[in-house]
Design a protein. Sequence first.
Length: 485
Amino acid sequence: MYDICIIGAGVTGCAVARELSRYEAKVCVIEKCEDVCCGTSKANSAIVHAGFDAPEGSLMARMNVEGNRMMDRLARELDFPFRRNGSLVVCMNEEDLPGLQALYDRGMKNGVEGLRILSGEEAREMEPNLSDALAGALYAPSGGIVCPFGMTIALAENANVNGVEFQFDTEVVKIRKEEQYYGIETNRGLVESRYVVNAAGVYADVIHNMVSGRKIKITPRRGDYYLLDHSAGNHVTRTIFQLPTRLGKGVLVSPTVHGNLIVGPTAIDVEDREGTNTTREGMDELAVKAGMTVKNLPLGQVITSFAGLRAHEEGHEFIIGEAEDAKQFIDAAGIESPGLSSAPAIGVMVAKLLRERMGLWEKEGFIPERKGILNPAELGMEERNALIREKPAYGTIVCRCESVTEGELIDAIHRPVGARSLDGIKRRTRTGMGRCQAGFCSPRTMEILARELGMGMEEITKCGGSSAVVMGRTKESMGKGGQGL
């Protein structure tokens, strides 16, 4: 019996878990995938929005602005990459300039600080690669960029160190309400909890509708992206947005905290809640639309393309709070953009609600800080050499594109909520995220995973489930004289 069970280990669920770990309560997170950060949280624009886009007075606007303001302190406490690079919403036609003014006015009402409307010339002075046809821009210095993997994993690790349990490969099949608690039936058995927090992303309506007669509907909205090599990372230094439409904020061009350039997303409503396939049409759309606002885009430097799904709620509003006809069931649903920016504030809001409902009190010895994986490249030469003498694995490069060492992989595996797959290693260390896209480092990464976890090579997966990489038994697993594949 748990006090609180959180369904979903994306950035929202992990933010809630981290805030709840401040209190004396038995808390668990259940996740249908094999790791944290496997859904929307792993495939998005990696943007911390300033907060001028959401309608004034909306919960979405309030959570966005509050979450943005929390980000500097959170990044320091939990040691994940975040940078306030600022953003520009660009307007290509004089007749659309009132749209910039409307965004400015909305942002001021939402409490966004430092907003300015720029002329086309002023904007091009800030970003020389903006289109020559630019008519004006809205500048938001509080906009930022973040590593969504790093942020989600940091929240999860800190929650785990402070007592929150994580159960992976655990899919909710049915929820039934008992007199004082919920019985959550999963593919791995029954979980019982006094309170339930629904942070299930594109499945949040499915979970909600299991217990409530007041149905909600989430539509998966696919967004395609290009990711460009480090050599293109300085093509723009700020996040470049287009004037938003009813389908979202348009196609953006932005640097990433790791030195790449990202272009996207499209906005295509789909039925498949796992439909993250890219399309030729989507890629072509990105190239055309991004090229309208940013000139000379070096698309020859694309190293990969990917797609993510946003959990679009019909009313385009966050649904956060106790379900009216399902007491002790707390929704954190419809968390689409600006969900990543809003997650810290959502965590605080949900934890406060539960604290008041349940009479929780703060625990002694809460650990607010977490240190990320040691990167030898960030050390001085003398300090790095001393580290390698003490721990030689930090002197062995596994991923040449991103200069990741064996020591970093070992750390990623043995940390709280550690990596168990190639993608788990990738999200924690960037192994395989470089120009060759894991073409060279995967075999060595698999060997390290197998050795550190005491598994056979045929048991190592790309992303859990049925995604085994080696289809058959290796000589090592079969013993001397075996017919390995």
